[in-house]
Design a protein around this ligand. Structure first.
Ligand SMILES: [Ca+2]
Length: 224
């Protein structure tokens, strides 16, 4: 007898318990009610497993994203610190509330200003206006670093003969110390101020702005 020809009873109600399992095909009998239950369990198990997997994947994605954000923030922080560090190397702090930095040789007046500004300052002004401070800076900060002529923060670029400090202060006899005969606007083309040393004396004069001089930068004391 083939399995397909077996008539499967709808219930397992036997009057005589001895009849139970007399038909070997009874072992293949599955109650319709029990079948639905198993299906429910299987579906439920699948749903729970799928839910757990979804939660796991979501947690991984969130964790991965947060880790990426932290790594990016950390990298930006480190780069910022390195930039600050490189910007601060070489500055000398003075009692007048300013810091000074010397760039040795090779800069036009305009390059020198750009360099100083990139370091958070400008060509020196305040330290060049007072005689005692100027002498101290030139002897103790500038000369040990460079013997070249050095750009400082004054010019008459806007109006010939009208000299101004780059912070806007007008150049006066009291806040400058031009060498006798300077500024002379030699060849009608000298509009930028510099410091040099002649016969053991530092002198202030004008020169061609494209000359490759050193730079003396100045900025307010930085509190980091
Ligand atoms: Ca001039």
């Amino acid at each position: 007898m083939s399995k397909d020809n077996v008539e499967v009873p709808m219930t397992r109600q036997y009057e005589d318990s001895s009849l139970q399992h007399t038909n070997i095909m009874d072992y293949n009998y599955v109650s319709p009610t029990m079948g639905k239950g198993w299906k429910c369990i299987i579906v439920l198990t699948f749903l729970i497993s799928f839910g757990a997997l979804a939660v796991g994947v979501s947690a991984f994605v969130v964790n991965y994203t947060q880790r990426g954000k932290l790594e990016t923030a950390y990298r930006i922080h480190i780069e910022s610190q390195l930039k600050n560090l490189s910007r601060d190397i070489g500055w000398v702090q003075l009692y007048n509330g300013f810091q000074y930095l010397v760039k040795h040789g090779g800069s036009t007046y305009f390059d020198a200003r750009r360099y100083c500004k990139s370091k958070g300052g400008d060509l020196a002004v305040s330290g060049m206006q007072d005689n005692n401070t100027r002498e101290y800076i030139l002897n103790n900060i500038l000369e040990p670093k460079t013997l070249y002529s050095t750009w400082i923060g004054l010019n008459d670029l806007n109006e010939e003969g009208s000299w101004v400090w780059v912070n806007g202060d007008p150049v006066t006899r009291e806040n400058s110390k031009f060498h006798p005969g300077q500024p002379n606007n030699f060849n009608g083309n000298q509009h930028c101020g510099y410091i040099s040393k002649i016969n053991g004396q530092f002198v202030m004069a004008d020169h061609f702005c494209e000359s490759p001089f050193s730079a003396l930068c100045e900025r307010h004391i930085q509190y980091i």
